[in-house]
Design a protein around this ligand. Sequence first.
Ligand code: MF3
Ligand code: CO
Length: 266
Amino acid sequence: MIHYKNDEEVELMRKSALLVSKTLTEVAGMLKPGITTLSIDQMIGTFIRDHKAIPSFLHYNGYPFNSCISVNDVVVHGFPSQHPLKEGDIVTVDVGVILEGWHGDHAYTFMIGKPSDDVIKLVKITKESLYKGIEKAVAGNRVGDIAYAIQEHTEKKNGYGVVRELVGHGLGKDLHEDPQVPNYGKRGSGPVLRDGLVIAIEPMINMGKKEVFTEEDGWTVRTRDGKPSVHFEHDVCVRKGKADILSDYTGIEAAEKANTALYSVD
Ligand code: MF3
Ligand code: CO
């Protein structure tokens, strides 16, 4: 069942989404070679609670951390650990909060030091594909129009692998609501998008093949071929004419540019 949000509810969801953006901005200022992803996760938990919110991933289906931090060939749901980050790593930080009962859930992939040119291109194309998907998130279109736009830019144009097992989703009082929002599909297929639908659009794109597997821990999703994977996620409200992006990369990108330990693309 799809839950449409009224204007007041959308504004509350914007607050939740922006708290995630603010958290990721803090992360962008902290990342450097040598830092452990566990220390980032701890900062994330403290920051969210200091802002009167709850880290929504913690205990979700038994998930044991505040955030998902996925390095290199980890696609999503990486466990924060004592393993230090190093030059050339790419790191996806995925954060969720519940603020006044409403979920925010978004993610950003950072580059530590300067990765190889093909990794930089993967990051750039994946981020572009997110915005191409968002452009289609307007009332009257269908979920398949978003999916097609993302697949077109990543798989068809650039030969990347689009992960099939994990998809974007509706967002609201629950972290995962209907509809599912895949990153692959046919134009004009799937549920119709209507004004007030809030969705998390989240391309998960592999440099190599699309196949992934889940580790013994039951969570960590990795590429089968061991090549890197990138994940960007925004929370978006479907509107007539133009989608309203509730989350915001502006602060994150400014902090990324200001941090000399990080590489950034525009
Ligand atoms: N952002 C992810 C999602 O949309 C992460 C949730 S997994 C969790 O599904 F278990 F950590 F919550
Ligand atoms: Co999500």
